[in-house]
Write a protein that binds this ligand. Structure first.
Ligand code: FES
Length: 121
């Protein structure tokens, strides 16, 4: 099945640091503008189906080369589920914890003129 491009909204409707939660092709999705880069993902947490895209966006501690060394990273890319706190990278949809292969669907975003589209099957 081929992915199709779906019009979502004018780009100007999602300013930097904001998000839009909407329905596209029958699915609830969230679109995030992080410093001019757009990310789209399914608005359903794989744990208990919470509206994931209502969660807070921030960063986290990332692995470093040496023990005892700490580094903050992934700023404004970590979406925290509003119900139980599972965290996901909005760029990949992957859960950040453990060895879990849990993930949330992500969708490519395209901008043409002032129009924002997502690709979805
Ligand atoms: S429903 Fe998202 S962590 Fe539980």
């Amino acid at each position: 099945m081929f992915a199709m491009k779906h019009y979502v909204a004018p780009v100007s409707q999602i300013p930097d640091g904001q998000r839009l939660i909407t329905t596209v092709n029958g699915r609830s999705i969230g679109i995030f503008n992080v410093k001019g880069k757009f990310y789209a993902l399914r608005n359903v947490c794989p744990h208990k189906q919470a509206p994931l895209c209502l969660g807070s966006l921030g960063g986290t501690m990332v692995p470093t080369d040496r023990p005892g060394e700490f580094e903050y990273g992934l700023e404004d890319r970590v979406l925290r589920c509003p119900w139980h706190g599972w965290e996901f990278d909005i760029a990949t949809g992957k859960a950040l914890f453990g060895i879990s292969d849990r993930r949330v669907a992500t969708y490519p975003v395209e901008i043409e003129d002032d129009k924002l589209y997502v690709e979805m099957r």
